[in-house]
Write a protein that binds this ligand. Structure first.
Ligand code: HEM
Length: 233
């Protein structure tokens, strides 16, 4: 990444981290109150009138999901990880348990959803990827594979962050809808759901290549490449 004399790569990454942490905290704090009231009419999405458990499943999903959204950015700060290793492990466990509870409730919420099959499939796949990346991250750290653990946690948090992008895309989509009247709410919601997952997952892969794989590739000759002969250099 090219940067000016006044703006180092380090500053850019810290800026990106701060934007991520602030937007995640904003969405988490904005989402929670509606699901603390116990009143289904406060829900921000339509509740299935035939399923008494629908609002409860969204509540059980939204509370731990908001907590993990808040905690995640702290786990990526190297100074915190290095200086307070025990805190990193405790917060990591809270994060993991939150993902598991939020996932089980998300499966129920997706099943009861009245927002259509395309959105339901998106949420099922997102839950599967969320749990899979978490399991891989846990397995890696149990084996002492720190780099691999980090890569899988970047993927996992990126999937959590899809919830933030979804709300951002919804705002943009609803603004576009006031101009393009042929757009339905379902069009905006479905497109925002899929776009948030693809953009988040894609950004995580880009970040992993930039920060982990590229430096490794630079330092390593492919195994099949012959070592340079004297005079060839
Ligand atoms: C990444 C994995 C996630 C999955 C698979 C997932 C799944 C779901 C599903 C299926 C619904 C119901 C949607 C509908 O009926 O249309 C929902 C709603 C909701 N989710 Fe998630 N979600 C995830 C992450 C998060 C995170 C990280 C948060 C944190 C803020 C969150 C907060 C909410 C809230 C507050 C609702 C209720 C709708 C609203 O008030 O905007 N979710 N989620």
């Amino acid at each position: 990444m090219k940067t000016s004399r006044f703006l180092s790569t380090r500053h850019v990454w810290w800026g990106a981290w701060a934007a991520l942490a602030v937007s995640a905290a904003g969405i988490a704090l904005y989402s929670v109150p509606a699901y603390l009231t116990g009143d289904p009419t406060q829900s921000k999405i339509p509740i299935n009138p035939d399923v008494a458990l629908h609002y409860l499943s969204i509540t059980i999903h939204a509370l731990p999901a908001s907590l993990l959204l808040l905690l995640g950015p702290l786990q990526f700060v190297p100074a915190l990880r290095n200086r307070y290793g025990k805190l990193h492990r405790v917060v990591g466990r809270v994060y993991m348990v939150s993902v598991v509870i939020a996932s089980v409730a998300a499966i129920l919420a997706a099943t009861f959803s009245v927002d259509g099959i395309s959105v339901q499939v998106a949420f099922y796949l997102l839950t599967a990827a969320w749990l899979y990346s978490l399991a891989q991250a846990y397995r890696a750290i149990r084996r002492g594979q720190i780099q691999l653990h980090r890569i899988w946690m970047i993927r996992n948090y990126a999937l959590s962050f899809a919830a933030v992008l979804l709300r951002g895309f919804l705002i943009l989509g609803l603004a576009a809808r006031s101009r393009y009247e042929w757009l339905t709410f379902d069009d905006v919601y479905t497109t925002s759901t899929w776009a948030s997952i693809l953009v988040s997952a894609g950004a995580a892969e880009w970040f992993i290549v930039q920060r982990t794989l590229k430096p490794l590739a630079r330092n390593r000759r492919p195994e099949s490449a012959p070592s340079p002969q004297k005079g060839q250099l």
